[in-house]
Unconditional design. Structure first.
Length: 501
């Protein structure tokens, strides 16, 4: 009976997903918080800052042969007690990122960090009841305060946003140890856990709503592939509903389960033509794990990126924004064995730069895995090392404000090109090219507004475009030619950057 009740409760939380507030307020320039939520992000993960991974930071695993955080904390508590273990963990959290690190990140134009945490870190461990970390909640009593004071607030001082990524769920969203517990993705069969985590997401949204640099709340990490994904759909809906009770604006980030189009369709279906649920779909891009990639040479993997990164999306992904929450410059040894006589550093550089270019074109942000390692550097997993080698680089930022004459010229050229194209395609057709002109002007204006804040660029373009189109419809009414307005918006954003970079 308990299981049936939990499932019923979970579904009730997720029924009729509420709309989010528009990504930008009608008739107004975006606020600073809205820019943090919607700008294009060049980011990095703080891997093993909170959810420990032995291969990245190994000190806290000294007393165990296990690889998960649960192994580490249980062994340390058994040997040294709660107080000593808490001190060791807090020392790690407090010193993971130094003031010099933050300065380096800002100097290298990093705009955002993705912070992987576990459910056990939230609110002094108050959401661990009935789960494996409950007996260790005292170790984590100050974790949430440290997250806010040493990460969110310091990031804000450096004009860097933070994604709160719930990397560790009870039982794990997948069967890997990086979820903090060794398991087999048991989370998806535990409705009690899903109800508890949905409530936790609402609590997080409420507790962080005063911080303007929260770029999103991620409700799971690397969900296992599922088709159909009914359990994931129900959980995502419940999380969105709980978050929206407390924060109408913050982006909600969901894992794509290694199939982005599955969730593009879901977002499109849930939103309909004129709704907006404020969801970002997280895709991870690694080319070093699958047998298919191991069978390819580095050159072939690089050549294939254009055709297989965020492609083949329903209706070109209309209405859905995607991010790349994890990626690296790592290729498997078997791939390097097929490299012929090519220079490895050259190929790594080409691989990283190609990924950066595609992510900036197709995603609203990308986050390299990972920032730092306890011992030495992580080579092609290491953000600083790859930066120094020139394999990864930030996107170009607007550096000059286009003049009114440049705007008028760009608008005229784009408008005339649009009109001429449709005259040739459909000489007898009747269109509303003035809608295209309106969309172009709004897109240009939004891009200019973002640029005023530290040279930011628009990232969640689908979210902004949907907000502005609804604003247009509210003012002038709907038209079957609203697609012209949308095309104009896209072109306005594009031409602003052509003129300002």
């Amino acid at each position: 009976m308990q299981k049936a009740f939990s499932k019923l409760k979970l579904k009730s939380k997720g029924s009729n997903i509420p709309d989010a507030a528009p990504a930008v307020d009608s008739g107004k320039e975006p606020s600073i918080a809205q820019i943090y939520q919607s700008r294009l992000n060049y980011g990095v993960n703080f891997g093993s800052s909170f959810v420990l991974e032995k291969w990245i930071f190994h000190d806290l695993f000294a007393e165990t042969g296990g690889d998960t955080e649960l192994d580490a904390v249980s062994s340390l508590v058994a040997k040294n007690g709660v107080n000593d273990t808490r001190s060791k963990f807090e020392n790690h959290w407090n010193n993971f990122v130094t003031s010099e690190d933050w300065s380096w990140l800002a100097d290298n134009q990093v705009t955002s960090i993705r912070l992987p945490i576990g459910y056990w870190h939230v609110d002094g461990g108050s959401f661990t009841s009935g789960f494996k970390f409950e007996k260790f909640k005292q170790v984590y009593s100050n974790a949430w305060t440290i997250i806010k004071q040493k990460y969110v607030e310091v990031a804000l001082q450096n004009k860097i946003s933070v994604i709160i990524d719930i990397h560790g769920l009870p039982g794990g969203a997948n069967n890997a140890g990086h979820s903090g517990e060794s398991g087999s993705g048991d989370f998806w069969s535990d409705e009690k856990a899903q109800v508890s985590m949905a409530k936790m997401m609402g609590w997080i949204a409420n507790d962080l709503k005063s911080y303007e640099n929260i770029a999103g709340i991620q409700v799971d990490n690397e969900a296992g592939f599922a088709n159909p994904a009914k359990k994931q759909e129900t959980y995502y809906a419940a999380c969105i509903s709980e978050i929206r009770k407390n924060n109408k604006q913050v982006p909600v980030i969901i894992s794509d389960g290694w199939w982005p189009d599955q969730w593009v369709k879901w977002v499109q279906d849930e939103q309909g033509d004129d709704g907006y649920i404020g969801v970002v779909i997280d895709d991870h891009v690694y080319r070093c794990f699958s047998d298919a990639d191991k069978a390819k040479s580095p050159q072939q993997i690089i050549d294939d990126l254009n055709g297989d990164v965020l492609t083949n999306l329903t209706d070109n992904g209309s209405g859905a924004d995607l991010m790349v929450g994890e990626w690296s410059c790592v290729l498997d040894t078997q791939s390097w064995e097929k490299a012929g006589g090519s220079n490895r550093d050259d190929e790594v550089k080409k691989y990283g730069q190609t990924q950066c270019k595609l992510f900036n074109e197709r995603a609203c942000g990308s986050y390299f895995w990972t920032f730092k390692f306890q011992s030495g550097n992580g080579g092609e997993w290491d953000f600083k090392t790859m930066t120094d080698k020139g394999a990864i680089q930030p996107f170009s930022r607007p550096t000059k404000k286009p003049s009114d004459d440049q705007f008028q010229q760009a608008l005229g050229n784009a408008y005339n090109g649009h009109v001429d194209y449709w005259k040739k395609q459909d000489p007898n057709g009747k269109y509303q090219p003035e809608l295209y002109k309106d969309g172009f002007s709004i897109g240009w204006k939004d891009a200019d507004s973002f640029a005023k804040f530290n040279g930011s660029r628009i990232g969640r373009k689908e979210a902004l475009k949907r907000a502005r189109l609804q604003e247009e419809i509210s003012s002038k009414g709907s038209s079957k030619y609203d697609w012209e307005w949308s095309q104009g918006y896209d072109e306005g954003v594009k031409q602003f950057y052509n003129a300002s970079i």
